[in-house]
Design a protein around this ligand. Structure first.
Ligand SMILES: Cc1ncc(COP(=O)(O)O)c(C=O)c1O
Length: 487
């Protein structure tokens, strides 16, 4: 592949001072086939020492800055009223403009806290509906215990993966209006995911945030943000929404949050830390904050540490300051855009345009020779690992399809994606070149695959099967031949 150095007309915002070894660079493809078999073709069950490039997730896997590491030495580990909590709280108040802050250990704890609080206040009732552009897996796991959940997406997203539109993460207002009209007083919460992880990491426009916010106010519907990747979303607003071109990321972030009643937040993404989270409430929602607080005490710890060490809160406070700098985001998203462009050039069907934290492959199209009920994306995940030791994840049928009690697909999910999630500030361009190389090999053999996978014993049929289910290969010989030809 030809490299165009003009793709990199900026200086990366950091250099590397400490390294971590990669142990499995020379692992033979035959050995990887054995490891895959031992792990029942589920990459969550592979040891990280057997992974060459880990694109499983961008959550909690980033490299912290020297400022974050040094802030950790200042951690105040007091049970109550720690100074580290004050810094943590102030950073959310300063950067996001939210007033009331509850600490929690990660995103799913934030979601659980909010839903319990809203139930206690009587906002979420038995027949309530929560609408979203799309819920992520653990969010859906919690939300669906409290209400009916509706993924509404938008018209641009439904135009198809190849169509380039700037804000395919939007939630179509007309779809929300229709849902509300058909279910009067039942839609009690809109949870907007920025960027939309289930839908290709696609961003949400400020225009959409504003119109949804206005509508929710009129209809008395609470409007919350799943803020995991708020900074990456702000970057896309700056570079794609003309009127924000001259605003700083911090200004855009402040404006984004000003339209919401509150937010759930996993600090493992856009705070660039390995653990942490929060629930945020605007100045108008002390009532929800107070209703949620006992659930933090019960499940996470006192409301001035919420399951985090004082040093973790220091790292979060510093992290959200850094990830809301344009130079950091330019480098981060620039690296992913480069990978996206390279895979597209090879001929791999992707979601367009490139999302914020990951490149998404359309496995439905790429392995169309395999029946749709045979978990194409998971088959592709296994092939990518077997050929090059790259670990990634499927987002599609195994997470979201309707299945019977044995795991047979009854109704396929809307999409079947393979997500290559790039950790923050971890891999160099040489690592990315290695990945591109592996995909060049893979592209020569992917069409040799004839069959996919089926789910084996131990299936529960819940929202979390994809983390530990067992797959079985439907044609072992053909898979091994494809891998050994591709290596
Ligand atoms: C959009 C979104 N929401 C919520 C979560 C849950 O966060 P956590 O993994 O910290 O529990 C994730 C995690 O990947 C996510 O991507």
């Amino acid at each position: 592949m030809q490299i165009n150095t003009n793709d990199f007309n900026y200086v990366p915002s950091f250099k590397t001072k400490m390294t971590e070894p990669i142990h499995s660079g020379n692992l033979a493809a035959k050995k990887r086939l054995e490891l895959l078999d031992d792990a029942n073709y589920n990459l969550f069950k592979i040891d990280s020492n057997d992974v060459t490039i880990d694109f499983l997730t961008d959550s909690g896997t980033g490299a912290m800055s020297q400022e974050q590491w040094s802030a950790m030495f200042l951690g105040d580990e007091a049970y109550a009223g720690a100074s580290s909590f004050k810094k943590f709280e102030k950073s959310f108040q300063d950067i996001m403009g939210m007033k009331y802050i509850l600490p929690v250990h990660q995103g799913r704890a934030s979601e659980r806290t909010l839903f319990f609080g809203l139930q206690k206040l009587g906002v979420l009732k038995q027949d309530s509906i929560i609408a979203s552009n799309a819920f992520f897996d653990t969010t859906l796991g919690w939300a669906s215990q409290f209400a009916r959940c509706e993924n509404l997406y938008c018209d641009d997203f439904d135009l198809g993966n190849a169509t380039k539109k700037d804000f395919k993460g939007d939630l179509q207002l007309s779809r929300l209006e229709k849902l509300v009209n058909q279910n009067p007083n039942k839609v009690n919460l809109v949870l907007l995911t920025l960027t939309n992880n289930t839908g290709g990491g696609q961003p949400v426009s400020m225009k959409n945030i504003k119109e949804l916010s206005n509508y929710c106010k009129i209809k008395n519907i609470l409007f919350f943000m799943d803020a995991c990747r708020f900074a990456e979303n702000a970057y896309f607003i700056k570079v794609r929404e003309l009127e924000y071109k001259n605003k700083t990321i911090k200004e855009i972030v402040k404006e984004m949050f000003s339209y919401f009643d509150g937010a759930t937040f996993s600090a493992k993404k856009d705070a660039k830390v390995n653990i942490g989270g929060s629930v945020l409430f605007s100045k108008d929602h002390e009532d929800i904050f107070l209703a949620c607080r006992p659930f933090v005490i019960q499940n996470e710890g006192l409301f001035t540490y919420g399951g985090m060490a004082g040093r973790d809160m220091e790292a979060v406070a510093q992290g959200i300051n850094e990830t809301t700098e344009f130079s950091y985001l330019q480098n981060r998203i620039g690296q992913i855009e480069f990978l996206h462009k390279a895979l597209f050039t090879i001929g791999i069907p992707l979601i367009h345009p490139c999302g914020g934290h990951a490149v998404y492959i359309d496995a439905k199209e790429y392995l169309s020779q395999i029946p749709e009920t045979e978990f194409r994306a998971d088959m592709l995940v296994a092939l990518i690992y077997a050929i090059g030791g790259i670990r990634c994840v499927s987002i599609g049928n195994v997470m979201y399809a309707e299945k019977d009690s044995k795991g047979n697909i009854l109704k396929p999910a809307k999409n079947d994606f393979v997500r290559l999630a790039v950790p923050r500030n971890v891999y160099s361009l040489e690592h990315i070149f290695y990945v591109i190389n592996v995909f060049e090999k893979l592209h020569k053999v992917h069409s040799l695959l004839k069959r996919g996978l089926k789910i084996g014993p131990g299936f529960r049929n819940d929202h979390f099967d994809h983390f530990d289910c067992n797959f079985e290969l439907l044609d072992t010989k053909n898979f091994e031949t494809s891998v050994l030809r591709g290596k």
